[in-house]
Design a protein around this ligand. Structure first.
Ligand SMILES: [Zn+2]
Length: 190
């Protein structure tokens, strides 16, 4: 994948940072279909007190609504949709993405606690799971260092003796309307 194909992943760091500022584990994701964002999500587990409100689940809901509103066949759409997320999807999310027949998952660092794309279980490509759906192409380790750094900020914040985390680097883009996120443009991560 060329650098341009990875631009959406840059945006996920900004969304993840917003989650972090709201006291969530910093995870953000985008679902991209033919260059268009059809779903976005940032982790909302703590705010909602619902352990299933992972970024990917929220993005999936938005994408399914998008299919419905545009009267498109969701199977056809998901077979040409890629997920960009800063952390490896967990077992739950990888299972949901597999059931929906998503084409590809591009992610940052590994999820060593719950990873469903190989770190703990391989829900993404195990032939025994997935209800006969094709395996998901996984592209791991993209901007992995930035992803790890962001997660460390969260765990530092959990420690009352730690200095204030430096989390104001990225602008909040999660509330902007969909067309404003131009994934054909790079995001400055410095
Ligand atoms: Zn998840």
């Amino acid at each position: 994948m060329g650098p341009k194909a990875l631009y959406p992943l840059g945006w996920t760091f900004r969304m993840a940072t917003t989650a972090l500022q709201q006291g969530e584990v910093p995870v953000g994701c985008l679902l991209v279909h033919k260059g268009e964002i059809i779903g976005r999500g940032k982790n909302g587990v703590n705010c909602s007190k619902n352990a299933t409100r992972h970024a990917e689940m929220l993005a999936i809901e938005e994408a399914l609504d998008w299919c419905k509103n545009d009267n498109l066949d969701k199977d056809a759409v998901f077979s040409e949709t890629d997920l960009y997320v800063n952390v490896e999807p967990c077992v739950m999310c990888a299972g949901a993405l597999r059931l929906l027949g998503i084409r590809r998952v591009v992610y940052g660092c590994q999820n060593e606690r719950f990873g469903g794309c190989g770190s703990i279980l391989n829900v993404a490509s195990d032939q025994r799971s997935g209800h006969g759906q094709p395996i998901i192409q996984c592209v791991p380790g993209v901007f992995a260092d930035t992803s790890v750094q962001l997660l460390k900020e969260f765990y530092k914040g959990q420690n009352p003796n730690a200095p204030n985390p430096k989390i104001k680097r990225f602008q909040d883009v999660s509330q902007t309307s969909l067309p404003v996120l131009d994934v054909s443009q790079p995001v400055d991560l410095t």
